[in-house]
Design a protein around this ligand. Structure first.
Ligand code: PEP
Length: 259
C-alpha cells in the first residue's frame, strides 16, 4: 500500500499576522484529499494560535521547535506541554538551522522527539548532511547516525508518529535541489537503516519526505520516487505556489497507489 504523502510548509522567521493569514486563506482554497495527503504548516510561534483558528480543518499546524522539559526557568522557550495545551498536533524538530545555528546535537533532538511523543505530539524529524559530508561520501553515515540517536531512545511503536524529513543542508534555501536520483538513493538508505535497526514494518510504514529547494516545478518528480513520501518546503511555502506543491504530491501519491 502506498504511504500517504506529507507536505510541510516551514515559514521559519518570516511573515507577519496579516501576510500569513492571507497566505493561509489561499491554502484553505486548495482542495486536496485528506486520505492522500497530510498538509502541515509551521508558522513562527507567535502566530500559531491565530493560524490554528484560521486554517481549515484538513491542514494541521506545527511548531518549528520546542523545549524537551515540561516547565521551568528556561527564558524564551516553549514546552511541548504548552504546545499541546493550545491544540497543536505536530512539531518540527532537528531542522538543520536548529542544529547548526543553535547547536542542537543528535542527542538533544532525540530527547526533544521523545518528549513530543510523550505528549502525543507528532514529529517531523529533520536530518541531513552538509556539502562537505556529501563530498566526503559520508551522507549515509551521517543520516544513519542521526536516526540511530533517535532509535536508541524510542520504542518501535513510536515510529508511527514520526515523519523523517531528509534535508541535505546544501539544498536548503539555495535553489540547488537534489536530483531525484540523489534524493531517492538517500531515502532508500534511510529506509534500509530503519529495517536493519528497528524493523521491516517501521521501514515500510515510516514516511520519509524530502526538503531542500522544493518548488512546484520539481515536487512531482521527487514525490514519484518510490521512497519519497512528500516534501518539507521552506521558501516556496511562503507563496501561493505551495498549493501547487500539495497538488503535485497528491498526484504522485495517486500514481504510486495505482502501481
Ligand atoms: C527548509 O527550510 O526546511 C527548506 C527545505 O527550505 P527551502 O525549501 O527554502 O530550501
Amino acid at each position: 500500500m502506498a504511504r500517504k504523502v506529507c507536505i510541510g510548509g516551514n515559514f521559519k522567521m518570516n511573515g507577519d499576522l496579516a501576510t500569513l493569514t492571507k497566505l493561509v486563506s489561499q491554502f484553505n482554497e486548495c482542495n486536496f484529499d485528506v486520505e492522500a495527503a497530510d498538509v502541515i504548516i509551521a508558522p513562527p510561534a507567535l502566530y500559531i494560535i491565530p493560524l490554528l483558528e484560521h486554517v481549515k480543518k484538513g491542514i494541521k499546524v506545527a511548531a518549528q521547535n520546542a523545549h524537551q522539559l515540561a516547565s521551568g526557568a528556561y527564558t524564551g522557550e516553549i514546552s511541548l506541554n504548552q504546545l499541546k495545551d493550545v491544540g497543536l498536533e505536530w512539531v518540527v524538530l532537528g531542522h538543520s538551522e536548529r542544529r547548526t545555528l543553535f547547536h542542537e546535537t543528535d542527542e538533544l533532538v532525540a530527547e526533544k522527539t521523545k518528549a513530543a511523543l510523550k505528549q502525543n505530539v507528532k514529529v517531523i524529524f529533520c536530518i541531513g548532511e552538509t556539502l562537505e559530508e556529501r563530498e566526503a561520501n559520508k551522507t549515509n553515515e551521517v543520516v544513519s547516525r542521526q536516526v540511530e540517536a533517535l532509535a536508541k531512545v524510542i520504542e518501535e511503536n513510536d515510529w508511527k508518529d514520526i515523519v523523517v524529513a531528509y534535508e541535505p543542508v546544501w539544498a536548503i534555501g539555495t535553489g540547488k535541489v537534489a536530483t531525484p536520483e540523489q534524493a531517492q538513493d538517500t531515502h532508500k538508505a534511510i529506509r534500509d537503516f530503519l529495517a536493519k535497526r528497528v524493523s521491516q514494518k517501521v521501514a515500510d510504514e515510516t514516511r520519509i519526505i524530502y526538503g531542500g529547494s522544493v518548488a512546484a516545478k520539481n515536487a512531482k518528480e521527487l514525490c514519484l520516487c518510490p521512497d519519497i513520501d512528500g516534501a518539507l518546503v521552506g521558501g516556496a511555502s511562503l507563496k501561493p505556489e505551495f498549493a501547487d506543491i500539495i497538488t503535485s504530491a497528491e498526484e504522485a501519491y495517486k500514481t504510486k497507489a495505482r502501481l
